[in-house]
Design a protein around this ligand. Structure first.
Ligand code: NAD
Length: 415
C-alpha cells in the first residue's frame, strides 16, 4: 500500500465539500482540524516482569452533533495523522447516517500479534486509566477497530466502571452481549456495506449475483463474504486476501468454508482449490463488485487505472487515494465511499448506546431493520446530493456530512 498522509487526504476532501457548500472561513477552519487531541504515554507490565512504554492517542475530532464516537486501534504502523484522519472520517460518517454523534478515534502504537493475552489486558486497562476523565456515555464513546475486539471492550468498560465506581455499560460499544452488547454488531459493518451495494446495483442496473472479490479477510471482510451471498442469494467470490497473501479461484469459493479455514489456520492461504496470486492482482480482477476491507490507501494512482470492478464498496476506512478517486470516476466505476459504505458498524454501536441507556435489549431482527432503514436512507440522500451538485459519490457523501456538522456548529454559535 502507498505511503500517503491520510490526514492530508481527509483535509483535501473537506476543502472540496466546503467549496461546494460555500462555507465561511471560520467554519472551514473549525472543521479542518480536531477539536481536542490527547497524546500520552502508557506504562505496561509485560510478562517478562519489565515495564514497556507505549504511545497512546485519543482524538475527538468534532462533537457538535453529539458525543464523540470512534474506535481504538492497536497497530504498529499507527501514527497521529492516521488517527486524525480516522477521527475526521468518523465525524462525516456519523453525520451521513444522521446519528446524534460526533467523531473520534484512538490508538496505541504496539504490535498486538506479539503480545500475550495478559499483556493486551494490561495495555487496555492502562489506556482507559489514561483517558477515563475524557470519555463517558455523554462525552466520548470508544469501540473496537483493527486488532481490538469485544474482549478489549469488556476489559476497558470494566476498568472505566472501576474508576468511576458506577455501572456505565454505554461507555464502550461492541461489548459482548452478556455485559451490555447488542445483537447484530458482529456483522454490522459488512451488512451496511452490502445494503449500499444492493441500492447501488438497483440504481445502476448491475447484477449483484456476479463475481466479487474482497481485500482483507478480517471481521468486515469475512462477514461481507457471507452476507453478500446470503442477501443476494448468490454471487461468486473469486478472490480474497489477508496480510499473508491473496488467493484466487475463477469458479468461486464457498464463503462459509473459507471463513472456517481462516479461523483454523490464521490465514486464507492454502485454501483447497485456490491459487496464490500477488496482493495487488486481486484489485485488478474482472469483477462486478470489489470490497476493500483492509487498511488505507490500497487503491492509488499506481493501480486505479487497472481496476475493472463496476462497484467498489469501501468497507475499509480510506482505501482509495484522491488521485485514484479521479481515475476511477473517469472510468465510470461507482465508488461507495467509506463514510457511507462502512457506516453500518457505528449505526449499530449507536443502537447499542440507546439499548444500554434504556437497559432494554432488542432482538437481532429489530437491529437489522434499523440498520437497513438508516443505510438505505443515507445511500439515497447521498445520491440526491451527487445529482444536485453533479459530483462523484465520495464528494456527494462529504457534502451531506460536512453540511450537517457545519449546521450544528452554527446553531451552537461556534461559528
Ligand atoms: P480486522 O483486523 O478484523 O481485519 C483486517 C484484515 O485485513 C485482516 O484479515 C488482515 O490480515 C488484512 N490485511 C492487513 N493488511 C493487508 C494487506 N496489505 N492486504 C490484504 N489484507 C490485509 O479489521 P476489520 O475490523 O475487519 O477492519 C478492516 C477495515 O474496515 C479497517 O479499515 C477498519 O477501520 C474498517 N472498518 C471496520 C469496522 C468494523 O466494525 N470492524 C467498521 C468501520 C470500518
Amino acid at each position: 500500500m502507498d505511503s500517503y498522509n491520510s490526514f492530508n487526504v481527509a483535509q483535501q476532501q473537506i476543502l472540496e465539500a466546503a467549496k461546494l457548500l460555500n462555507l465561511e472561513d471560520a467554519t472551514i477552519e473549525l472543521l479542518i482540524q480536531p477539536q481536542r487531541e490527547y497524546n500520552f504515554t502508557l506504562h505496561v507490565k509485560m510478562d517478562s516482569g519489565r515495564v514497556k512504554i507505549f504511545k497512546g492517542h485519543r482524538i475527538q475530532y468534532n462533537y457538535a452533533r453529539g458525543p464523540a464516537k470512534g474506535g481504538i486501534r492497536f497497530h504498529p504502523d499507527e501514527t497521529v495523522d492516521t488517527i486524525r484522519a480516522l477521527a475526521c472520517w468518523m465525524t462525516w460518517k456519523t453525520a451521513v447516517v444522521d446519528l446524534p454523534l460526533g467523531g473520534a478515534k484512538g490508538g496505541v502504537i504496539c504490535d498486538p500479534k506479539n503480545m500475550s493475552e495478559r499483556e493486551l489486558e494490561n495495555l487496555s486497562r492502562e489506556y482507559i486509566r489514561a483517558i477515563a476523565p475524557l470519555i463517558g456515555v455523554d462525552k466520548d464513546v470508544p469501540a473496537p477497530d483493527v486488532y481490538t475486539n469485544p474482549q478489549t471492550m469488556a476489559w476497558m468498560m470494566d476498568e472505566y466502571e472501576t474508576i468511576v465506581n458506577h455501572h456505565h455499560p454505554g461507555v464502550m460499544t461492541d461489548k459482548p452481549t452478556q455485559i451490555g452488547g447488542t445483537e447484530g454488531r458482529r456483522d454490522a459493518t459488512a451488512r451496511g456495506g452490502v445494503i449500499t451495494v444492493r441500492e447501488a446495483c438497483k440504481a445502476l442496473n448491475i447484477d449483484p449475483t456476479g463475481k466479487f472479490a474482497i481485500q482483507g479477510f478480517g471481521n468486515a471482510g469475512q462477514r461481507a463474504a457471507l452476507l453478500h451471498q446470503e442477501i443476494f442469494g448468490g454471487g461468486k467470490l473469486i478472490a480474497v486476501s489477508d496480510s499473508k497473501g491473496a488467493i484466487y479461484n475463477p469458479d468461486g469459493f464457498d464463503a462459509k468454508e473459507l471463513v472456517m479455514h481462516k479461523l483454523k489456520t490464521g490465514s486464507v492461504l492454502n485454501f483447497p482449490g485456490s491459487k496464490k496470486i500477488p496482493h495487488n492482482d486481486l484489485l485488478e480482477l474482472d469483477v462486478e463488485i470489489l470490497y476493500p476491507a483492509a487498511l488505507e490507501n490500497s487503491i492509488s494512482g499506481n493501480n486505479a487505472g487497472k481496476v475493472k470492478a463496476k462497484i467498489i464498496c469501501e468497507l475499509a476506512n480510506g482505501p482509495t487515494t484522491p488521485e485514484a478517486d479521479l481515475i476511477l470516476n473517469k472510468k465510470g466505476i461507482y465508488v461507495i465511499p467509506d463514510i457511507l459504505a462502512s457506516a453500518g458498524g457505528v449505526t449499530v454501536s449507536y443502537l447499542e448506546m440507546v439499548q444500554d441507556k434504556y437497559s432494554y435489549f432488542w432482538t437481532e431482527d429489530v437491529v437489522h431493520k434499523h440498520v437497513d432503514e438508516k443505510l438505505t436512507k443515507a445511500f439515497h440522500t447521498v445520491r440526491d446530493a451527487m445529482n444536485e451538485k453533479k459530483v462523484h459519490p465520495r464528494l456527494g457523501a462529504m457534502v451531506v456530512g460536512v453540511a450537517r456538522v457545519a449546521e450544528a456548529c452554527k446553531l451552537r454559535g461556534w461559528v
